[in-house]
Design a binder for this molecule. Structure first.
Ligand code: AMP
Length: 255
């Protein structure tokens, strides 16, 4: 596996031999959810590219950014063992030569669900994903359904801007107790970790959005939203202290 910290080096190293390229962008602190994306890419493409970049422009909360877990050496070993060919680990200066003057803005759905609670979050996400897709130029890019709103916005951005890449959705990987795997789970204190699976239990139940929201609040969560729309039920809620950990989840519901 070749590791590039410079975009110019990366562009030079990227295969030009006509091989198919799969791409898995991540913010590191890898877990089995990320691994499932990489496995799928390795299966479906001749070359797999991954990236690790904790994108500051998508964090509306500086404490959340400061507390974001980093396990770089372990991540490199995991990517290598899974068969990643090329790993891009760029800096802010590399990714934002414009200082974030240019931004990709979606004006409707990005203001709903997580966007209603994280100011500018999806502008940061769409901007960095467009930059990464333009650098890597993959045939396919893999995104987890855990971040379902993100997946939909990226899929539609690619269609809107006629970008020549297939966006491949990947199922949510969960702990045995139902908690969706997330890098932020590393920051859950033992008490919060014990409470966290109730999110999945409740969104799978026949309770209404309102009832679920109330039950989460009773269990000690600070609920951002519980909302059913377009055949899915979405939830975001914060738990714990120092740091506060924001958890999201979603499931398909029968309409
Ligand atoms: P992140 O490092 O959190 O930005 O995630 C990188 C990619 O992994 C995104 O496409 C996420 O949706 C995906 N991902 C994160 N957690 C999971 C999970 N539990 N199951 C499946 N995909 C996931």
């Amino acid at each position: 596996m070749k590791i590039c910290t410079s975009v110019t080096d990366f562009v030079k190293s990227r295969e030009e031999s006509g091989k198919s390229v799969g791409f898995v962008p991540t913010m590191g602190a890898l877990h089995a959810g990320h691994e499932s994306l990489v496995r799928k890419s390795v299966e479906e493409n001749e070359t797999t590219v991954a990236s690790i970049y904790v994108n500051p422009t998508q964090f509306d909360n500086q404490n959340d950014l400061a507390a974001y877990p980093e396990t770089l050496e372990q991540d490199q070993r995991i990517f290598e063992s899974l068969g990643v060919d090329l790993l891009l680990i760029p800096t802010f200066e590399q990714m934002y030569p414009d200082g974030f003057r240019y931004q990709v803005l979606e004006t409707e759905f990005a203001r709903n669900l997580c966007g209603a609670h994280r100011d500018g979050h999806f502008t940061g996400v769409l901007t960095i994903v467009m930059k990464l897709l333009n650098i890597v130029r993959p045939n396919r890019a893999y995104f987890g359904e855990k971040d379902y709103q993100q997946y939909l916005l990226i899929r539609d951005m690619v269609d809107t801007f006629f970008m020549d890449v297939e966006i491949v959705p990947c199922s949510i990987v969960r702990e045995s107790d139902g908690l969706a795997l997330s890098s932020r789970n590393l920051n859950l204190d033992p008490c919060a970790r014990k409470t966290a699976p109730i999110i999945h239990e409740l969104i799978n139940s026949s309770a209404t959005d309102r009832e679920i929201s109330d039950r989460l609040a009773e269990a000690g969560f600070d609920v951002d939203y519980v909302e059913t729309r377009d055949g899915r039920r979405f939830v975001a809620a914060k738990v714990g202290e120092n740091p506060v950990v924001r958890l999201i989840d979603n499931v398909a519901v029968a309409s």
